[in-house]
Design a protein around this ligand. Structure first.
Ligand SMILES: Cc1cc2nc3c(=O)[nH]c(=O)nc-3n(C[C@H](O)[C@H](O)[C@H](O)COP(=O)(O)O)c2cc1C
Length: 380
């Protein structure tokens, strides 16, 4: 145990002390969720302040917006914020860009501005992204009406917790799937016990394979932060917070290194955490596209955030479970099984999520803030 963790008090008592910098002012990890865009003059900046609240893989927030052309946003991906092991072809990163673009469009529409999105205007990079933009968005005043789902942006969450036993009604899920309708993307769901059991098993196996694929587990561990101070200092990645986490982190039981080490306490805890989440999943939804073009991935992201918002409107919690859809060698056989289960007629499953109810809503995930998502003009 490191010396900083405990301070011995005069008189014999002991208190747990803050980690390094614990008493220093840390940025508010959730400031982006309060009055997005309220202080901005430029309508593009206002819309971008909402767009950065989009769901995105591992909360990497890889978006870079170039505002150098008047009335346009050109969206790039920050090449330092990818997931090369678990997302080798950047498919999930592009889905996160689709979600970002849909919120950008909705935020502009809420002001009556139409935001016309052209995905990959300079062509589709394959097999991995290159420097070409993901989208160009033209802002034109007028011609847009507010989307009712926009009202849910601040209450949308990724609920990485156990759901209650209550299964969502089929007609409710039907409505959520309908709200997720986006050209080129087919939303599906099931509450049917046999298929739910098969999908629970796929979800569990996906988590296990990923945990035992060293490079994949290390990639995730290196993007996980523990305790309020660490979370506020980074404001991206997966945030683990709460009294037990703080203590386990302070005594070095729970660190990025131990989380990546099979057999460690942290590794066993993370495995034990996932199984009940899958075992209690009362329903699943998924999104399928016929091919796997970049434009289809953008469309899947737009559809996913709509689904997540529509679920929030119905008081439903949602949690993506992407491992079985990932394209690295140790996942190949489960990838096949996931596609046989969810897309028996063919097509590419782009998102796979569990849906249900939570006892109490989870906190919003951190965001770094819009300043980190603006592409700087090197000549400025
Ligand atoms: C393409 C994609 C894949 C995702 N896969 C997972 C996943 O496998 N497991 C998980 O817990 N969350 C997953 N998420 C959710 C993100 O981790 C989440 O959006 C991010 O941490 C930000 O949190 P928020 O959605 O609450 O704002 C995924 C999101 C996207 C867009």
């Amino acid at each position: 145990m490191q010396r900083r963790d405990f301070i011995r008090l005069i008189g014999g008592g002991v208190v747990l002390a803050a980690g390094p910098g614990g008493c220093a002012e840390a940025p508010d990890a959730r400031a982006a969720w309060r009055n997005p865009g309220a202080a901005e003059y430029d309508p593009r900046m206002r819309a971008l302040s909402w767009a950065i609240l989009a769901p995105n893989p591992h909360n990497m927030q890889p978006w870079m917006a170039d505002l150098s052309v008047a009335d346009e946003v050109t969206l790039h991906v920050d090449p330092t914020r990818l997931l090369p092991v678990t997302d080798p072809f950047n498919r999930q990163i592009v889905i996160g860009c689709g979600a970002f673009l849909e919120l950008l469009r909705m935020a502009a529409a809420a002001e009556g501005i139409s935001a016309e999105i052209t995905p990959f205007p300079d062509g589709e990079p394959q097999p991995v992204l290159d420097g070409r933009p993901v989208a160009r968005v033209r802002f034109t005043p007028g011609g847009a009406t507010a989307d009712p789902l926009f009202a849910q942006v601040l209450s949308r969450r990724t609920s990485r917790v156990a759901f209650t036993d209550l299964a969502p009604r089929g007609d409710l899920l039907e409505g959520v799937a309908e709200a997720g309708q986006t050209p080129g993307v087919v939303p599906s769901f099931t509450v049917e016990p046999t298929l739910v059991a098969r999908l629970r098993a796929i979800a569990k196996s996906g988590a296990r394979i990923e945990a035992h694929t060293s490079a994949a587990q290390t990639e995730s561990a290196e993007r996980t932060f523990f305790g309020a101070h660490d979370v506020a200092a980074h404001r991206y990645g997966i945030s683990l917070e709460g009294p037990t986490i703080e203590v386990a982190h302070a005594v070095c039981l729970l660190t990025q290194k131990t989380l990546a080490q099979p057999g460690s306490w942290a590794f066993k805890q993370s495995e034990a955490f996932m199984d009940p989440l899958a075992d209690k999943a009362p329903a699943f939804m998924w999104l399928t596209t016929s091919g796997n073009s970049r434009a289809e991935q953008v469309a899947a992201g737009r559809a996913y955030v709509r689904l997540n918002l529509a679920a929030a409107a119905e008081g439903l919690a949602m949690h993506p479970w992407s491992q079985a859809l990932q394209e690295y060698p140790t996942m190949a056989s489960l990838y096949g099984e996931a596609h046989r289960a969810m897309a028996p007629e063919g097509g590419r499953v782009q998102m796979f999520v569990r849906v249900g109810y939570v006892e109490s809503p989870v906190r919003p995930a951190p965001r770094r803030g819009l300043a980190y998502n603006l592409k700087r003009n090197p000549n400025a």
